[in-house]
Design a protein around this ligand. Sequence first.
Ligand code: NAP
Length: 460
Amino acid sequence: MLLTTEKLDPQMLSAKQYVDDVYEKVVKRDPHKKEFHQAVREIFNSLIPLFAKEPCYMEHSILERIVEPDRIISFRVPWVDDNGRTQVNRGYRVQFNNTIGPYKGGIRFHPTVNSSIVKFLGFEQIFKNALTGQPIGGGKGGSDFDPKGKSNGEIMRFTQSFMSELARHIGPDIDVPAGDIGVGAREIGYMFGQYKKLKGSYEAGVLTGKGLEYGGSLGRKEATGYGVVYFVQEMIKDQGFDFSGSTVIVSGSGNVSIYAIEKAQQLGANVVACSDSNGYIYDKNGIKFETVKRLKEVEGKRIKEYVLEHPEAEYVEGSSGIWSIPCDIALPCATQNEIDETSAKILVANGVKAIGEGANMPSTLEAIDVFLEGNVLFAPGKAANAGGVAVSALEMAQNSMRLSWTFEEVDKKLHEIMHNIYMRSMNAAEDYGYPGNLVIGSNIAGFKKVADAMIAQGVI
Ligand code: NAP
């Protein structure tokens, strides 16, 4: 994170030594959890300037405590496929930290899900949720179930079985899951139905991302994608440019990507490419948003089908090639580690001016350093994609008041929240000696809020 040892004063060096020691213990305790180590390393490095200035956090052993989840639940999920065979997947819920509110974080269904992935996501969620300014703790969950190619009946039976175990661990004041990769409104609906049946009571606030007919919030579906664009808008405005007239690349074509594309286009950007895990499309005159939305959100098709309707566009097999397209702004909105050092160098060589992370941890640590060294404006996911969880918290607020706000009301609040997250991150970066570094700023701002609350609540 551009904290080179030769520049560090004695306080910084001793803070760095402390952070390195705790990090070593984390790796020793969980030697195989690579993604978790990566998330921990990024946050730990960012906190060195804070610990150097305010050693009380070291004295209270906050780092040692915060890196250990309150609990990790792992469970069997048996279900019957369409051929009558019993299949078994593994489910997880990591309840990381509830110091400032009930655990809150999505559920991911994807074959790559394992305890390292849910731990990294849950750990990041603590700081992201704190940054939103709302009273929500950090958690995450999921399963290695692969929804691709499954019938609606199979999805429902799997999801109900998943909830049969999860239900005993969650509740509106305990832990409030939502969607993530592979979990959208349909899966949330099946989970909510099963939870209600098991509990025998109607607890709307137990899940967010619900359908509008039964307690969902207008604007939740759009929130993460719109929020990323609002955040990047704040960041680039300070440097005197805008989405209007900029060439933009958005990776993925799922929930976050679709609404990032829509908002960027509404602001006048030329969005020329998007992808799925098989490949990417390049439409130099601008992607036709309605086609992408229909193909992916309604018909569940592959992105390559786009070129059948728009033969002027190109489809290229292999998703990582998307980063070789010259652009002003890149919005990685697909998955973790989708931009490595090589892709980052190509983006910089092609003149990219700003990166906004819609996905969680889409850039490797090496890629982030390439962006920072190349003076590319960099909006880390923890801050830039917090709009989704922020509107989830607004959904919880509406549920407890038994009210529904209009789309415009929710969108206005989202806009304000993204502005506030940007300001909190910028101010913290400035206060701790790294002006403009949003990685350091967002990590310090999120950490400080939780750490202060932990100190106030004693050793528990
Ligand atoms: P989603 O609706 O399931 O979409 C994921 C998209 O990414 C799909 O188009 C998928 O393609 C594509 N993809 C997966 N791996 C890829 C790869 N290696 N290269 C290119 N494309 C790839 O999931 P989502 O909700 O949009 O979430 C996307 C990211 O945002 C995740 O990191 C998630 O944790 C993060 N996030 C989501 C929210 C939210 O509110 N949903 C909030 C904060 C952060 P296939 O169809 O081929 O798999």
